[in-house]
Ligand binder design. Sequence first.
Ligand SMILES: [Zn+2]
Length: 282
Amino acid sequence: MAAKKASVAWDYVVPVKMPKDLKGIEPGKLPDSLLRSIKTGGKLHWRAADAWNAMVAKAAADGLELKPTSSGDLYRSYESQLAGFKQRYVLEPVAGTSTKTFEGKTWYLKKGMAMLATPGKSMHNLGIAVDVHSAGEPKRLNWLIANVKDFGFSWEVVPSEPWHLRLVTGDSPTPAVEAFTSGQPAPAAAPAPAVEVAAEEKPAAAKPEAKPEVKKVLSLGDKGPRVKLLQEKLAAQGVYAGAPNGEYDDRCARAVLAFKTKNNLKKDGVAGQQVQELLGMM
Ligand SMILES: [Zn+2]
């Protein structure tokens, strides 16, 4: 897909690598087994959902709210893309407007409407695109510029669509996404990930600048995806009850203490390298 070039600060457009399990799937007709619900409503292909959730968590940790423009601006079924298309495009010619060809006919964009991809042609129909709410606000846009790459997203059309991001890393999640999702099972329908090979195939442009720093020691007061991962691992060990919240609070410290006691380690609530290794986090 040819991307328009533009000299804006967020001119980060790289080719999309498709998750393998989308092969042979008709756009807009994804089976439920490939979709994951998003907390704020709507669904995404599970790879994009993981990346999006990881990015939302990082944004929250940085004090920024990241959400889709609406639940319909994540995965769109063929029918919903068609309904949206017919709201914006008409067959009666409109002077001085842009057109699209669909089902062999020329459709005219109504005045004052934003363009929309024809049904089946949008990355939203594959479940790998998200429209970000208020993406153009300087604070949010600057945050996105600094972070989208780390989570495997890039823009598609610049500079006219600052809100439209799509996942470009296929089956090779970035380290930041892996750290966030570690321990979360892939859907049964998904192929077994071929991690080593896929990592080398990753286009250079999609690689994050630097690996996120792995914190050697986690302790009370820490927060973020590493802490959440720790909590998930502790939950799998049966020593952490409740929903992992990414905050190293008293409950988290008590769970670490229980885990360390069980493993004959120093009896405290600090998760050092040894604990993280035993839990398979390193
Ligand atoms: Zn979009």
